[in-house]
Design a protein around this ligand. Structure first.
Ligand SMILES: Nc1ncnc2c1ncn2[C@@H]1O[C@H](COP(=O)(O)OP(=O)(O)OP(=O)(O)O)[C@@H](O)[C@H]1O
Ligand SMILES: [Mg+2]
Length: 328
C-alpha cells in the first residue's frame, strides 16, 4: 500500500470513528477495562458502547460486578480504560494530561457516591461543603451560590449544619449541591440512594430529576432501585461489562385523553452486530455454544442447534449464519 493510500485509509477510518456518537455528550466507544491482580485478570468492561445525549437522565442497572462503577469511574476521570474511548463534552478522557484531568473533574463532572460519608467532609457545614469545590476552582461569589444550591435541593434551612446533624437523605441532597457547585455538564451518581429507605430515596431521586429538568444537567445514575428505573426515560442494563438491553419509556396520550406510560425493552445491537440474548431466553430453549440464525422478511430467528434438526420452514441458506462471532 502506498503512503498516500495509507493516509487516505487512515483518514477514512478516523472519519468513521468520529461519526459514532457525533453530537452525543457522553460517548463510550468499545470501552474495555481489565484489572490485573497478580496473575489474575478481571475483565470489568468488555467492549461497552453507550451514548448519552445532552440533557438526558438515564439509569444504569446490572448485577453486582457487571461493571457499573467501573464505567462511572472512567467517566468521572478517576480511572482509565484499558482500551476504547470515553468522550465527555468533546473531551477525550484517554488523552487528557494531569492538569486537564484535574480541571475536567472540577468543572465538567460532578460525582455522588452511595456512601454518604464519602461525599461530604464531616468537619465542614453543609454550606462550606458546597463552597469547597468552588474554592478549589477559584470561583467568586461562592457563599451566595452555595446558599442558592442548598435552596435548590430544598435545604436552605440546613446551611450551617454539619453532616452529623443531617439525616442520610439530607446528606445526599447536600452531596447533589456539592456536585453541582461548578456547574458541571454531567452528574454521575453511583447508587446515591443505596443506603436510604424507600421514602427518602424517592425524595433524593426527585431532587435529581428537578436538577435535570431545571438546569438541564445530564445525569447518569447507577441504581438497584426499581423506583428510579421506573421513572427515567431510558434505563440501560449492563451485563458482563457490556450494555445488554435498554428500556425506553415514553408517555402517550390515549383516546380518552389520559396519559399512560409505555415501557419497551430492547436488546442492544452493537456496531459489530453482537447482541446479548436474555438469560431467560437462553435457558428456556437451552441454547448453548452455537445457534442457528435465519433471516426472515421482518425478523431474525434464533434456533437451538442441539437436536441437529433443521429449523422449521423453507430451507434456509445457513452457510455463515450459524454461530456468528465476527471479531471486531
Ligand atoms: N480496583 C479493582 N481491582 C480489581 N478488580 C476490580 C476493581 N474494581 C472492580 N473490579 C472488578 O471488576 C468487576 C466490575 O466491578 P464493578 O465495581 O464495576 O461492578 P458493579 O457493577 O459496580 O457492582 P456493584 O453493583 O456490586 O457495585 C468486578 O468483577 C470487580 O471485582
Ligand atoms: Mg458498584
Amino acid at each position: 500500500m502506498s503512503a498516500e493510500t495509507m493516509e487516505i485509509t487512515g483518514a477514512a477510518q478516523r472519519a468513521a470513528k468520529a461519526a459514532y456518537g457525533e453530537g452525543a455528550l457522553i460517548v463510550c466507544d468499545n470501552l474495555v477495562r481489565i484489572f490485573k491482580i497478580a496473575d489474575l485478570e478481571a475483565v470489568a468492561l468488555q467492549g461497552l458502547d453507550l451514548l448519552v445525549a445532552a440533557g438526558e437522565m438515564i439509569a444504569v442497572v446490572g448485577a453486582s460486578g457487571s461493571g457499573k462503577s467501573t464505567l462511572l469511574n472512567i467517566l468521572g476521570g478517576l480511572d482509565y480504560p484499558t482500551a476504547g474511548r470515553a468522550i465527555v463534552a468533546d473531551l477525550d478522557l484517554t488523552r487528557l494530561d494531569r492538569r486537564e484531568r484535574t480541571r475536567y473533574r472540577r468543572r465538567v463532572v460532578g460525582m455522588i457516591w452511595q456512601q454518604t460519608a464519602r461525599n461530604l467532609l464531616p468537619y465542614l457545614s453543609a454550606a462550606e461543603n458546597v463552597e469547597l469545590p468552588m474554592i478549589l476552582d477559584g470561583r467568586r461569589g461562592r457563599k451566595k451560590r452555595a446558599l442558592e444550591l442548598l435552596d435548590l435541593v430544598g435545604l436552605s434551612g440546613r446551611a450551617k449544619h454539619r453532616p452529623d446533624r443531617l439525616s442520610g437523605g439530607e446528606q445526599q441532597r447536600v452531596a447533589i449541591a456539592v456536585a453541582l457547585a461548578n456547574e458541571p455538564a454531567v452528574v454521575l451518581a453511583d447508587e446515591p440512594t443505596g443506603e436510604l429507605d424507600s421514602a427518602t430515596s424517592a425524595e433524593v431521586f426527585e431532587v435529581l430529576r428537578h436538577i435535570n429538568t431545571e438546569l438541564g444537567t445530564t445525569i447518569v445514575v447507577v441504581t438497584h432501585d426499581p423506583l428510579v428505573t421506573n421513572r427515567v426515560a431510558r434505563t440501560v442494563a449492563i451485563r458482563d461489562g457490556r450494555t445488554s438491553s435498554v428500556i425506553v419509556r415514553r408517555t402517550e396520550r390515549s383516546y380518552d385523553g389520559n396519559h399512560r406510560v409505555i415501557s419497551e425493552e430492547f436488546a442492544v445491537l452493537d456496531r459489530a452486530g453482537r447482541l446479548q440474548l436474555p438469560r431467560a431466553h437462553i435457558e428456556a430453549l437451552e441454547l448453548a455454544d452455537r445457534v442457528r440464525l435465519r433471516l426472515e422478511s421482518d425478523h431474525v430467528g434464533v434456533f437451538p442447534d442441539s437436536s441437529g434438526a433443521e429449523p422449521p420452514g423453507p430451507a434456509p441458506s445457513r452457510t455463515g449464519m450459524a454461530g456468528e462471532g465476527t471479531p471486531r
